[in-house]
Design a protein around this ligand. Sequence first.
Ligand code: ARG
Length: 279
Amino acid sequence: MKKKVLCLAAAAVCAVSLAACGGSTAETTAAATTAADTTAAETEAEAETEAAGGQLIMATNAEFPPYEFHDSSKTGPDGSDIVGIDAEIAGAIAEKLGKELVIEDIAFDSIIPELQSGKADIGAAGMTVTEDRLLNVDFSDTYATAVQAIIVTNDSEIAGPDDLAGKKIGVQQGTTGDIYASDDFGDENIDRYPKGVDAVQALVQGKVDAVIIDNEPAKVFVGDNDNLKLLDAAYAEEEYAIAVKKGNTELLDQINAALKELKESGALDEIVGKYITAE
Ligand code: ARG
């Protein structure tokens, strides 16, 4: 029932904007017509968003700079203070879809359940594509590569993954760092924290011997702490993608089309360049 009403509303919007275009084409130049079309298209998109209550709800864990984090001095794409690469990519996708972006900041390991229950539409959280996760959600095309990096204190003797055996390793709960490290080094050697930065804090306080976390947030955390260093030897390589509820191919196709446009236009690189400076 709800769907039908939405279709009717959309049709009405189309009719109105067509009439508006027709009127302006008659007495304006080609350039002006394009401008008028664009305005009409924008108005249409806005009206449709309103008519459809068209929100794109993004579930994330905004403790993961530079992909998603709170910055009280900025306004992010959904009007909150959540900014970062994923936030901006999602903002650009929402715009292409004519929807209003709403960002939900939740625990990282709640993101997949949130998609499964239909409370959120997309999960954008520097989320790595894994076989296990693919059993529960579908992933878009990938938009970034990452490595699991190892952070230690400056005076640490740990020089690479092999030295981690028998050591206490701090991770963010539910992340690939957690999953891989638990597999490789045993559950009993892993300390799980709600946020990556908490694991880093535990390292500073000597509660753990190393932290395994994605390389870009690792760089940010190490940059904030003089007595920490990032090891050159990475632990695992992976790829990030946007997750949707399993079987939601309609949304997945729209996201992939939008991502493709963002990649081809250079907009994606531009977003990444705002947050990550090339070495
Ligand atoms: N890439 C890792 C994973 O998928 C960590 C992602 C953590 N993201 C976050 N927003 N806290 O498990």
